[in-house]
Design a protein around this ligand. Sequence first.
Ligand SMILES: Nc1ncnc2c1ncn2[C@@H]1O[C@H](COP(=O)(O)OP(=O)(O)OP(=O)(O)O)[C@@H](O)[C@H]1O
Ligand SMILES: [Mg+2]
Length: 408
Amino acid sequence: MRSALICGLDVGSTRTRAVIGESTHEHRRPVLRIVGIGSTITEGVRKDVITDLDAATESIRGAVEEAETMAGARIDRVHVGIAGDHIGVEHSVGVAAVESPEVRPEAVRRVNKVACAVPLPHDREIIHAIPQQYRLDNQWGIHDPVGMNGTRLEAELCLVTASSAVVGNLARAVERAGYRVQDQVLEPVAAARAVLAEDEKELGVALLDMGGASTGVALYYEGRTIDLMVLPFGGSAITSDLIREFSVPFVQARRLKEEHGAAHPGAIDPCEQLRLRSQGGSRAELPRARIAVVIERRLRSMFREIAHRIGKSCDPGALGAGIVLTGGVAATPGISVLAGECLGAGARIGVPGDGFRGAADPLARAGFATVAGLALHGADRYRATGQGGTTRVSGVATRVGAWLREFF
Ligand SMILES: Nc1ncnc2c1ncn2[C@@H]1O[C@H](COP(=O)(O)OP(=O)(O)OP(=O)(O)O)[C@@H](O)[C@H]1O
Ligand SMILES: [Mg+2]
């Protein structure tokens, strides 16, 4: 039996993660059976951009090979995430005449192409052109105009652009690791694919993917993508605050945050003390609640900025389904209460869930949302186009990419 292996790869600022799934059906519904998961500490990446090609290549190789070993198969191509402050988002409108009385798929392709024809500097490229809505004659708000009658078709698209150099370096690192980039997906778009329900997108929702160096934001309303952003702050800023505040080394600060942190001191027993070793080597006691004070201060400032940016794109009343928090920072105890208070909407934590079968349990953590979404996105593309998977025949995956590894 032929099936395809789909690989999502997230080169995050702190961790590089790979997920291999087998695209298949269950009761006629498409599902992704997870067969391999790999994760390494990211090296050679700063603020989501590759700064050391060899080190980034090794991180990618480590994560994908770990997933391949678990899957017992090789893959040759990946669906990779992209983020960073080089990302630009703009809204664009295109117009086209409808030649036959009813709109054919070709007319939609043409109007999308017109909307994509924006002047771009030579060092930038479009990575997504997401249709927001269509207008047929005078009626806006159409999701899919194919088959409808009209004479003048307009498309409103959300265009995501990226630095060609950054995109090229990511592809280069993936190639040097022995794989090919099938496509790039903006990280919050991927995370949204993994953790949001369709009815949340309909009601209006803000997805916050809070990683190490950046926070991706994806806004949806009436099933449409309203806006996308990559904001230049994340959990690393909290670690830096703890280093400064308590004069502890990086590793200890990160551990304090991840193992003893909370988004609110009220959630912590005020008498609880932690033992610390300072940078000079001396030992000291630290009330655990003080860690939460530092974390809360930084999170509040991040949420203030996020609220400000969301407010520029949509009315707060448009977020009927509230806020969904994901990414590593979303594991901070009490963060959904704080986010809800700061952003004036209900908030929940989003972890990858539906649509997976197989060895998917380790994916059910907020830090895996992006890579899980990349694999789901890859599976969607494979089902729609027949491209983007590694063909697996009778349990053996073809090793098209393996020879490449020998040459780099
Ligand atoms: N249990 C936890 N409590 C609080 N913070 C945590 C916890 N686990 C991880 N984090 C923080 O989450 C951040 C990493 O999140 P994630 O793995 O989503 O980032 P990334 O994908 O590597 O980075 P980016 O998305 O910015 O490229 C780090 O700052 C890490 O310290
Ligand atoms: Mg991330």
